[in-house]
Write a protein that binds this ligand. Structure first.
Ligand code: AMO
Length: 431
């Protein structure tokens, strides 16, 4: 007999279900077993007198054991779980579970030690259903617009962003690095004439940060496209892509998110273009409104406190959860950003609910100028392999990188430790 997923069970049918034992009430004459699979939960009701053959297995059963049960699904208004119960005629225990070492409210580090158990709850499973919908939406949105999906190497010969937070590996008799971004290769694809590419892949950062939003390995959704006129074209594409994705998430999981994570995290689908402010405008406004004064040395970039305050600011000024930020100081941005005639980097960050989710820009595609910009940052030989990409013709282009884990955590108000399937941080390499 074929297995039926719990959500697809209809009363009156014979079914075979498999899943974990979520709840077990083993009484003298009756047993009530709640079974959970990826689609839902259902009650199995056993009248022991009618099925004495099932009793030894029920007595052996423990919470979270995995079982397969065959029986008849019947409607019963007294049953809380969807008004259906299963009257079984066979029970097979696939695997008996020991007493669980964690509970839903155990400390996060214990939960991460036993992450496979932690992930069994409906609340945590939703994180990954949501993430799947997010990346599927991005992918479909981009494929419809002629983007190619490509896969760039993660073991590389030179640092790909800033040399400071790169993981160094021994590589046979030499050294290699783990990619901090597919940045150089997505630009190489522009020099290859691919015109539009994206990649969803691991990104590695040797940052010793213990915050809610930093991981040493995360999933980056990166894209790059050619023949743009300005970095504003890149912002427009990102805004459309996010709006499409959020619409799909709202439709599919909006109710589940509110039920499991609270009203505060109700999905709001943007209806207007995302507002844009310069770094200087933000500092002006948050000083006036909230009395926040930025230290002089930090003026060219957003401090973490200022970043958080933009949530309130964007809501008050524009009734928006999103805010694009432009006009960062050149010394705070990577050398590959294009600059305007006043030296202002042609790039942006996107902030959602007070946390940065993206950096993007128009890139410098002119070989001489790019080499000059690299030299001004003290980068010469290190990036020569990359500057070579621009010697033999390259279209104007731009793109952005979006943190998938960051987006996930902001959807649900959780930390990055929970938003990743398996978190990797300075003190965490297992399981
Ligand atoms: P950036 O360094 O800003 O830009 O990274 C892009 C996005 O990646 C996410 N992110 C992180 N997520 C979790 N843990 C971290 N340690 C971490 N660091 C970054 C954030 C961030 O906005 N090459 C450029 C992108 C581009 O211009 O195309 C880059 O990597 O969501």
């Amino acid at each position: 007999m074929e297995r039926t997923h719990i959500a697809n069970i209809v009363p009156g049918s014979r079914v075979k279900i498999s899943g974990f034992v979520e709840n077990l009430r083993n009484k003298r004459t009756m047993a009530f077993i709640v079974i959970r699979d990826i689609t839902g939960k259902i009650q199995v009701t056993v009248v022991k007198e009618e099925h004495p053959d099932l009793v030894p297995d029920i007595d052996r059963m423990t919470l979270d054991s995995v079982v397969t049960i065959e029986g008849t699904a019947v409607a019963n208004d007294y049953v809380k779980l969807g008004g259906i119960e299963i009257i079984p005629d066979s029970i097979r225990i696939e695997s008996v579970a020991d007493a669980l070492p964690i509970k839903d409210d155990s400390a996060i580090d214990s939960r991460l030690d036993y992450r496979w158990i932690d992930l069994r709850s409906e609340k945590n499973t939703l994180i990954f259903k949501l993430q799947t919908e997010m990346t599927a939406s991005f992918r479909e949105f981009l494929l419809e617009r002629g983007f190619l999906e490509f896969h760039s190497p993660k073991i590389i010969g030179a640092a790909s962003e800033s040399g400071a937070d790169v993981f160094k590996l021994s590589y046979f008799d030499g050294v290699a690095y783990l990619a901090q971004s597919p940045q150089f290769y997505k630009q190489m694809a522009m020099a290859s004439g691919f015109e539009r590419v994206f990649e969803c892949a691991p990104v590695f950062r040797a940052e010793k940060s213990y915050t809610r939003k930093h991981a040493t390995e995360f999933t980056g959704f990166d894209l790059e496209f050619s023949y743009i006129d300005s970095f504003r074209d890149v912002m427009k594409l990102e805004e459309e892509m996010l709006t499409y994705m959020i619409g799909r998430v709202a439709e599919k999981f909006g109710d589940d998110i509110v039920r499991l994570y609270g009203e505060e995290y109700r999905v709001v689908v943007p209806t207007k273009p995302f507002p844009v402010m310069t770094v200087a405008q933000i500092y002006d406004e948050i000083e006036k409104r909230y009395g926040y004064t930025v230290p002089e040395s930090e003026k060219g970039d957003l401090t973490t406190d200022a970043e958080h305050l933009t949530y309130r600011l964007a809501k008050e000024l524009y009734d928006s959860e999103f805010l694009f930020v432009t006009d960062f100081a050149a010394d705070r941005r990577p050398f590959y950003h294009m600059h305007d005639e006043n030296g202002v980097p042609q790039g942006f960050d996107l902030i959602w609910r007070g946390t940065e989710i993206t950096s993007g820009s128009q890139r410098e595609h002119r070989y001489e100028q790019l080499c000059e910009n690299a030299a001004a940052k003290g980068l010469g030989e290190d990036v020569k392999f990359y500057t070579e990409f621009f010697r033999y013709g390259c279209p104007p282009h731009g793109g952005f990188g979006l943190g998938v884990d960051r987006l996930t955590m902001l959807f649900l108000g959780i930390s990055i430790k929970e938003a990743e399937f398996l978190f990797r941080g300075p003190d965490r390499l297992t399981p």
